[in-house]
Design a protein around this ligand. Structure first.
Ligand code: AP5
Length: 297
């Protein structure tokens, strides 16, 4: 617990990892109930979180600041994960498995855009023009949409799993500008011939949102099979355009996250892909526990 102050909550936090851009108004002034500013006169009033490595946390304190010892029972911050990969590399499939085990909020840029299309909004109409050509939807639509979803209370409380964003250096820069950085960047690596086969055979259940593949993940029964739908951009011709867009941008995005990238072999069965991801996330979660339990600033 804290020493030098009698009013410290055990949920002190040492990292402004989801703070709004300093030049923009904060749309969510108190997004995390675990966040607070200390009132000690010598303390620099920056929101503090538990999971910050000691070296950086020390920079937040003035020389006369009180010393704080973090209780071993400190609640670790929820995980923040980005999953990336070529079209049909299995991002959505893995997100189903990850959210089931880790309880993270799944935020898919593609799903958000398809929801706009289904709602026949102006953004949706514009987005569809780009999606049909396998191109990136303009940042004016995508960036705010994703950012607002990341700032929702459920994403901040449960942690998030961002799927299909960022897809360009400008989108990655926008996240960095907002102070939004993942703990880990998972890259699904799948060979191109497999990608085309996965796209063409993909089907979706509009009732449950579950992803199927006619060969690799067939529907459980005839009732489900009869209601499956296919995405308008899931043709061999369109996936080639989507792949080209992916290749044009992927290196720029990777360069932003190279220190936290975990490359996963996505060519194997989905259960085996998940084993690799699960091992990576378990490792990250354990590291965070060690960090949050050992901080003495
Ligand atoms: P989006 O919806 O994100 O599409 P995508 O990136 O092309 O990826 P997919 O959803 O097609 O595939 P996935 O990797 O999720 O694979 P899945 O798990 O379904 O984006 C669509 C469009 O929206 C973009 O082209 C762009 O226009 C726009 N857009 C999106 N984000 C944007 C952004 N940030 N900025 C601008 N524009 C944006 O699996 C595929 C199939 O394979 C399934 O049938 C599945 O059952 C099967 N499968 C999965 N894993 C395995 C496995 N291990 N073995 C066998 N089969 C498997």
């Amino acid at each position: 617990m804290a020493m030098g102050s009698s009013s410290l909550s055990p949920c002190v936090s040492l990292s402004p990892s989801l703070s709004p851009h300093p030049k923009l108004p904060n749309p969510n002034p108190n997004p995390n109930p675990n966040l607070f500013h200390l009132s000690h006169p010598s303390f620099n009033p920056i929101p503090l979180r538990f999971n910050q490595p000691p070296s950086r946390s020390k920079k937040l304190l003035s020389p006369n600041a009180p010393t704080f010892f973090v209780a071993a029972s400190a609640k670790a911050e929820p995980l923040k994960v980005i999953i990336s990969g070529a079209p049909a590399s299995g991002k959505g499939t893995q997100c189903e498995l990850i959210t089931k085990k880790y309880g993270l909020v799944h935020i898919s840029a593609g799903d958000l855009l398809r929801a706009e299309i289904a709602a026949a909004s102006e953004n949706g109409k514009l987005a569809k023009e780009y999606m049909e050509k396998g191109q990136l939807v303009p940042n004016e639509i995508v960036v705010m949409m994703v950012k607002e979803r990341l700032l929702q209370p459920d994403s901040q409380q449960r942690g998030w799993l961002l799927d299909g964003y960022p897809r360009s250096s400008s989108q990655a820069a926008a996240l960095e500008d907002y102070g939004i950085r993942p703990d880990v960047f998972i890259l699904l690596d799948v060979s191109e011939d497999i990608l085309v086969e996965r796209v063409v055979g993909r089907r979706l259940d509009p009732l449950t949102g579950k992803i199927y593949h006619l060969k690799y993940s067939p529907p459980e029964n005839n009732e489900i099979a009869s209601r499956l739908t296919q995405r308008f951009d899931d043709t061999e011709e369109k996936v080639k355009l989507r792949l080209r867009t992916h290749h044009e941008n992927v290196d720029d995005v990777l360069s932003v996250y190279k220190d936290i990238t975990v490359k996963v072999n996505g060519n194997v069965a989905k259960e085996n892909v998940f084993e690799q991801i699960d091992a990576a996330l378990t490792h990250v979660a354990e590291q965070r526990k060690v960090n949050s339990g050992s901080i003495a600033a």
